[in-house]
Design a protein around this ligand. Structure first.
Ligand code: AMP
Ligand code: MG
Length: 406
């Protein structure tokens, strides 16, 4: 049995980022940039006004003899248009926010600091002195032509999409999303819309994993459930090999019907098949042909937790991310962890921020078949291997799965 860290290292060593594809800008959300983004233009592309007001020569705003200067208004320039003449001494031009500053003007005074008889008036009084550059946003103030704006490997969020749009990237080079085949196993497992029969249970794992895979940024393909026969598994694996990653649940422990390992030996390689942890000791990793296979345990909680620990980082690495792991914080375990385990224990818990600290409250019965222990859990409290005891109010590390809104 290997440690969680060694398992993760051995898995990730076999996983490489996938190839680049071009996607339309609006579909790039959540992808990782495959190339750096260099500005091909200045942003803003031209000097423009930050205010509605008047473009003028700043020296014309100086009052003489205590009287506000009066300037002749020669026209106006709206956003989206260019002035057809220059501003000269003793004159001003109406200007709107975002409009290009007309030639000759070196400043803009906001309308609130001026007085006119009416909005179309030919004269404007300047009520305050302004400095050169006042209310002018120079070309290239935000981004300069030739400047690297987004690094390769950046995750594309809404703000990056705004930047890509302003730089004219209608399509974006990204790492493509992994396609993940999800396969259930077991003669006892029936589909969600089938009535329960003696000895049967519904397939919760495939649906749980499908959602978790999608949330991790990959494209899930749920391939149903293989029977506990070599033939049935072989048939499903043939289909699964079209994908970038195969995730199975069940069939990897030491029981007579644990056939996933047999197929891996027959059609590929097994890297390991047991990890010193709970829930989820029987995790197998290897390849079917060239396709990596992560064999998760059948117990639903074990499948959920081991997907978080191993499946999600694999998907993130394939997707081009360099930060693969959930953040860990120190928490006060209010109720402690009652059972001592020799294996590393990942305890489902609710973490909350209170009085300047994080407090964890475990979610009840931690049996690997108790799906309700996943409810309300936003973290996994990590109890080290070796039978370490966590008493109430002890501190421990917790892996945060979600940061709750407040
Ligand atoms: P196994 O690893 O195949 O021995 O399965 C371990 C436990 O998980 C057994 O109680 C199975 O019935 C259960 N199990 C296996 N696959 C699923 C599934 N897809 N959905 C829900 N429970 C499952
Ligand atoms: Mg089974």
């Amino acid at each position: 049995m290997i440690s969680v860290e060694e398992a993760l290292e051995r898995i990730l060593a076999e996983i490489m980022p996938l190839d680049m594809v071009q996607v339309p800008l609006a579909e790039s959300l959540g992808h990782v940039l495959a190339q750096e983004v260099i500005a091909q233009e200045d942003m803003p592309p031209f000097a423009n006004s930050a205010m509605d007001g008047f473009a003028l020569l700043s020296k014309d705003s100086q009052s003489r003899g205590g009287q506000p200067p009066r300037l002749r208004v020669t026209g106006g320039v709206a956003a989206g248009y260019v002035a057809d003449h220059a501003v000269t001494g003793g004159t001003a031009m109406r200007i709107m926010t975002g409009a290009p500053v007309p030639p000759g003007a070196d400043s803009v005074i906001q309308v609130e600091l001026t007085r006119s008889d009416d909005p179309q008036s030919e004269w404007v009084e300047i009520l305050e002195e302004v400095a050169p550059g006042n209310n002018i946003r120079p070309a290239g103030e935000d981004m300069q032509r030739g400047q690297t704006i987004l690094a390769r490997g950046s995750e594309i969020g809404p703000w990056e999409i705004g930047i890509l749009a302003t730089l004219g990237w209608a399509t974006v080079p990204v790492i493509r999303r992994p396609h993940v085949a999800i396969l259930g196993t077991g003669d006892e497992v029936i589909d969600v819309d089938e009535p329960l029969q003696p000895g049967k249970i519904r397939n919760s794992n495939s649906y749980l994993l499908e959602a978790a895979v999608r949330r991790a940024g990959a494209v899930p393909h749920r391939l149903g459930v293989a029977r506990d026969t070599v033939e049935s598994l072989r048939e499903k694996f043939t289909e699964a090999m079209q994908s970038d990653l195969i995730i199975t649940s069940g069939g990897v422990s030491v029981g007579d019907f644990d056939l996933v390992k047999n197929i891996m030996t027959e059609q590929g390689t097994i890297n390991f098949w047991r990890i010193n942890m709970r829930p989820g000791k029987p995790v197998a990793f290897g390849h079917i042909g060239k396709v990596p296979l992560l064999g998760l345990p059948g117990n639903p909680v074990s499948a959920a937790v081991t997907f978080e620990l191993f499946g999600r980082p694999v998907i993130r690495k394939m997707s081009g991310h360099t930060r693969l792991l959930r953040p860990q914080i120190e928490v006060v375990v209010e109720d402690g962890v009652s059972d001592r385990a020799m294996r590393r224990h990942y305890v489902r818990a609710r973490v909350e921020w209170r009085d300047g600290r994080y407090f964890a409250h475990t979610t009840g019965n931690q049996g690997s078949n108790i799906m309700t222990s996943l409810l309300n859990a936003n973290a996994l409290v990590i109890v080290p291997e070796g039978g370490v005891e966590v008493h109430p109010e002890d501190t421990a590390k917790a892996m945060m799965l979600e940061w709750p809104e407040v």
